[in-house]
Write a protein that binds this ligand. Structure first.
Ligand code: DON
Length: 302
């Protein structure tokens, strides 16, 4: 496995230079683009990694999966009254569907959907970001995880689009808490810093029927894990979900920090990171690496 990962790194590194780091969050634009890491964690607890798999990055939208599983535990099926389960076919930060569809976002992974889920968590936890941080520390087994205040503040300063979505949903009655407070918690969650190894471990419960082996906890039920993987396969990469299914064939979630997590159900969780993005806001070298991995091991769920 180590040799395979090294050959994949060699194959995709030349792609660095053809994408663009996220710059709509100014603090993220400062990251060195010339970085690549990948980590694989098996349901038996074996860990494989190469490149800069131990370098922390901003997890950004990858945090939306954790917000969802946290909310699922408290709201169960009721949460689907407030957020849909269909792909949007639009960019992650699009506003257009939201008015046509009466303030109910298409799915929990576009920004509007993640904001509704954050609003649900705001109603349940006294300090929602600290609940999330504690959850991530348990899932990854890394007690030192923290959020990057500089990134979170930069996101808050340039929050116009996210704030517009949240206020529009409030106008439709689908947002119950103070918008600015929820935005702060949402940005603090997006600004969590984790490396590929932390994320591969933290996602292992989705590859393992909801069970997190290293913390010994059933995080969600096996049925819920199947459901989350289904949503990741259809909406985890926004308007590139079809292309990702075609090239990689696994449930996955990306973030504008350049991370992508993919799940091989019943076997492995994988995290790849390279900061340069394609036009859909997904890591360019990251998708290529996951495609090479799935082609060489025949991992697709399809
Ligand atoms: O709300 C935002 O725009 C960011 N905090 C997260 C966006 C993101 O990661 C989209 N994913 N590719």
């Amino acid at each position: 496995m180590d040799e395979l990962l090294q050959s994949i790194e060699q194959k995709v590194r030349p792609l660095i230079g053809s994408g663009k780091v996220a710059d709509y969050i100014p603090a993220l634009a400062k990251v060195n683009p010339n970085q690549f890491g990948i980590a694989i964690y098996s349901n038996n607890g074996e860990l494989y990694h190469t490149g800069q798999a131990d370098v922390e990055f901003s997890i950004q939208s990858i945090s939306k999966v954790f917000s969802l599983t946290l909310a699922m535990k408290h709201y169960g099926e009721d949460m689907w009254q407030r957020v849909g389960r269909e792909p949007s076919g639009n960019p992650f930060n699009s506003l257009v569907q939201l008015e046509y569809e009466a303030g109910i976002p298409r799915n929990p992974f576009i920004n509007a959907g993640a904001l509704v889920v954050s609003d649900m968590n705001q109603s349940r936890f006294a300090t929602p970001h600290y609940a999330m941080r504690e959850y991530l520390r348990r899932l990854s087994g890394n007690e030192n995880l923290t959020s990057d205040k500089v990134v979170a503040n930069s996101e808050y300063e340039f929050r116009a689009r996210n704030a517009s979505m949240a206020y529009l949903m409030k106008a439709f009655g689908n947002f119950h808490n103070d918008v600015e407070e929820v935005l702060h918690n949402y940005f603090d969650n997006c600004a969590m810093r984790m490396n590929c190894i932390d994320l591969a471990k933290a996602f292992s419960f989705l590859a393992n029927k909801g069970y997190c082996q290293h913390s010994g906890e059933q995080i969600i039920s096996a049925r819920e894990a199947k459901q989350v993987n289904g949503l990741l396969a259809t909406s985890g990469l926004y308007d590139e979900a079809g292309n990702f299914a075609y090239r990689v064939g696994l449930p996955g979630k990306s973030g504008v920090g350049g991370g992508i997590v993919a799940i091989v159900p019943n076997r492995f969780s994988v995290c790849v990171w390279s900061p340069e993005l394609n036009t859909s806001g997904n890591s360019l070298a990251g998708i290529a690496a996951l495609e090479a991995l799935s082609d060489s091991i025949g991992w697709s769920v399809f």
